[in-house]
Design a protein around this ligand. Structure first.
Ligand code: ADP
Ligand code: ZN
Ligand code: ZN
Length: 725
């Protein structure tokens, strides 16, 4: 009897055996429907076997094979096996987690619809009243032709209203449909500069086979333009290009640039913010090979891509490429694996390489390709200066030099950006009489005061509370906010520059749609001063922005996390990169109590290489990655003692081989989050193979031990962990 071993969407860490009736064509990679208890489930056949450990009498047959999507190909299953083995998650769970929910549900899949909407020539949005129809028409003029998945909102209710608006626009003759054709037409934005040309030639010279390139280009050096040429090359070869970005939902402008450069290519956009049908059709277009360009966040690396011929990871240093739950994979590392599988080049682009990638480049494992200058004619890197807060007092947190610099920009009609990486009004609400501070009842953390709606919020678990009228501990009615966040900085700037148009951008102001509108407004000059968190730092291009002020950066300099410096440098390079991207040279002013700090000095010299080499030397001396490899076992429970006891027992389960060191468990810095107390233990090794061998045996033992002896503990392994909060 033929047995299919099937991954199912159920919380059990194993595959399930089913019999294959001879009349069904069941094979590895088939999507099938099987009976499970009283339910029917969709699963994926991961392996075929001649025997089963389950009693023949208890094995149920596969009910049917689904044919509405291509079967999952062998190289995709290899990728799943690799991820499952490397990150120590059960294969079935890995397979299920990699598929969009709809693909593993009984709901029928959307039919491949090749209808696109486009604006009819001459259609004028200004003739429409402001609103849904006008917005849709504007989008189609800027980005069209688009299919409905790409055009419509992620929210189901908004979608149906938008469909009605589309029908009205079509009836009025403002838009029309057209059928998608797939071509490889390419419309480059600019003729490449000499430096860009050399970099491109360097990457193309190595041919079409596997090779990893670290494209280190300063902000504004025109990396995107190089990506376009690489994608064009892959399309011309008849292959698919996969482009991974940290947060595509926040950067519709990037999507628009790609669609503009490849007007007749089928583009599939994949990220978790998409509405279900849109995500499913995007995935189907990638998996069928129909999409020439697949543009998405880390999860796009998990889509089947039968014609893959190029992989690009933009902002490769960004920590959002690492998944922080379930299968804790690195999208960047998975991208390199896929490129090797497909025998295709992979390009990791960034202005501030991760130290892992930079070390790989220095060691010759990655080819280093550099773009040291800005591409736009006359554009120079900004002047970076530290403002010494020890000598220069700050009023409302703003140094006089910064205030004067903003004033000068206002006078010239230029834009300024004030960057502070903390949202809300003040991170602490305190009682001056007794020292009480507002804390979260579910976390060992303080509540952040939000002034706009006068509420307290926990940034760790989301808890909200009204502002207390008086100190709950002593009754004092005079509670004071301490420290500052974006709202308070906005208030101070509004007080100082009452006539200026202020725009605040952080997670509180930015729902997806409105953020892209806000960004467009800034680009077209509809704002004078921007206040924002790192949401505003990533990748945006504001032509009139010539000044960046940085507040409160110092805390990272004194952090106990050895990665804090690397992250701060990357963030500041990014924000600094927003300034002076055209002819007018930009200026960056950093408020600090450590003006002589080597990190700021390197930043002022735009010296990534110098900074990275110092950091690498420190990491090597201290024994940190990338000079050794790490995994963390994390545990959480209602009681810290339980989590700690579990970790201590776990450490005894399997003896670590030579060269693998298992540390003692330690509580997290913020030990309680959402009423769970957390601890972890770290495992280190100078080489991967012994670590991987140990993790395999350990993980197997943990999956056996935990359900019997640690029922109240939630635990997971994190391989190559990056966050320790
Ligand atoms: P990066 O991604 O490296 O930060 P971008 O690709 O966004 O840089 O390019 C920065 C700016 O330079 C953009 O406004 C882009 O249009 C412009 N640019 C890029 N390449 C060229 C070129 N060859 N000639 C003129 N302008 C260019
Ligand atoms: Zn008090
Ligand atoms: Zn909380």
């Amino acid at each position: 009897m033929k047995i299919a071993r099937i991954a199912l969407d159920v919380p059990l860490p194993r595959l399930f055996d089913y019999a294959c009736p001879p009349e069904l064509d069941v094979a590895t990679g088939s999507r099938v429907i099987v009976p499970f208890g009283k339910r029917r489930l969709v699963g994926v056949v991961v392996e075929m076997s001649d025997q089963s450990e389950v009693d023949a009498g208890r094995i149920k047959p596969v009910e049917c094979v689904l044919a509405d999507a291509p079967p999952l190909p062998p190289d995709w299953l290899d990728l799943m096996r690799f991820l499952s083995g490397y990150y120590q998650r059960p294969l079935g769970e890995t397979v299920i987690a990699a598929l969009p929910p709809r693909i593993r549900s009984l709901k029928p899949l959307p039919r491949a619809d090749r209808t696109l909407w486009r604006a009819t020539p001459g259609a004028d949005p200004l003739k429409l009243r402001a609103g849904r129809r006008r917005r849709l028409l504007e989008t189609l003029i800027a980005r069209g032709p688009l299919d409905e998945d790409a055009l419509l909102d992620a929210d189901a209710a908004a979608r149906s209203a938008e469909r009605t608006a589309l029908r009205a626009l079509a009836a009025a003759g403002a838009i029309e449909t057209t059928q998608a054709v797939s071509g490889t037409g390419f419309e480059p934005g600019h003729a490449l500069t000499e430096t860009q040309g050399v970099a491109l030639a360097r990457i193309l010279r190595d041919g079409t086979g596997f090779g990893t390139f670290l494209l280190h280009g300063v902000t504004g050096s025109g990396k995107t333009e190089i990506y376009f040429h690489l994608v064009a090359d892959a399309l011309a070869r008849g292959r698919q290009a996969l482009v991974l970005v940290p947060e595509i939902g926040l950067t519709p402008q990037l999507e628009a640039r790609f669609r503009g450069a490849f007007p007749d290519t089928v583009v599939s956009v994949l990220h978790s913010g998409l509405e279900e049908t849109a995500r499913t059709s995007g995935w189907l277009r990638a998996a069928s090979g129909e999409a020439g360009l697949v543009l998405g966040t880390r999860l796009a690396v998990l889509a089947p891509l039968p014609r893959l011929g190029l992989v690009i990871v933009d902002e490769e240093h960004d920590s959002s490429f690492k998944q922080q739950e379930g299968l804790r994979y690195s999208g960047r590392d998975a991208a390199v694996f896929r490129a090797r599988q497909a025998d295709a080049p992979v390009v990791l682009g960034t202005a501030t390489p991760s130290l892992e990638s930079y070390a790989n480049a220095l060691a010759g494992r990655y080819a280093l390709v550099e773009l040291p200058e800005r591409a736009s004619p006359g554009a120079q890197l900004p002047v970076v200066r530290a403002l010494d807060l020890r000598n220069e007092p700050a009023e409302h947190g703003l140094a006089a030099t910064l205030v004067n610099a903003i004033e000068a920009r206002l006078a010239r009609g230029e834009q300024s950006l004030v960057f502070i990486n903390r949202r809300g009004y003040a991170p602490v609400l305190a009682c001056g009489a007794c020292g009480w501070t507002a804390g979260c009842t579910r976390c060992s953390a303080r509540l952040v005061f939000h002034a706009t709606d006068r509420r307290l919020r926990c940034h760790h678990c989301g808890l909200e509370a009204p502002l207390p009228r008086a100190c709950p501990s002593c009754g004092n009615v005079d509670l004071s906010p301490m420290g500052r966040g974006t709202q308070r900085v906005e208030e101070a700037l509004a007080g100082r520059f009452p006539a200026a148009r202020l725009v605040r951008i952080d997670r509180d102001t930015a729902r997806r749609k409105s953020l892209s509108d806000t960004l467009e407004e800034i680009r077209s000059g509809g704002a004078d001063i921007l206040v924002g968190t790192q949401l505003i730092a990533k990748g945006h291009d504001f032509p009139k922005l010539t000044l960046v002020g940085v507040l409160n950066a110092d805390s990272a300099l004194v952090s106990t996390d050895y990665r804090a410096g690397e992250r701060l440098f990357a963030t500041l390079m990014q924000v600094a990169g927003r300034a002076g991207r055209r002819e007018t040279r930009g200026e960056v002013l950093i408020q600090t109590r450590y003006p002589g700090h080597p990190l700021y000095a390197a930043l002022a010299r735009h010296d990534y290489a110098g900074f990275a080499k110092t950091q690498l030397a420190e990491r090597e001396a201290a024994g940190f990655p990338p000079f050794l490899f790490e995994a963390a076992l994390r545990a959480e429970s209602r009681e810290l003692a339980e989590a700690m006891a579990f970790l201590r027992a776990a450490a005894q389960l399997v003896e670590a081989p030579d060269g693998v060191r298992v540390y003692d468990p330690v509580p997290h810095v913020i030990v309680r989050r959402a009423n769970m107390e957390r601890a972890q233990l770290l495992v280190q090794s100078a080489a991967r193979p012994p670590l991987q061998g140990f993790l395999r045996a350990w993980s197997e033992a943990l999956f056996e031990y935990a359900p019997l002896h640690a029922r109240n503990v939630r635990w997971h392994l994190d391989v190559d962990p990056i966050e320790f909060d």
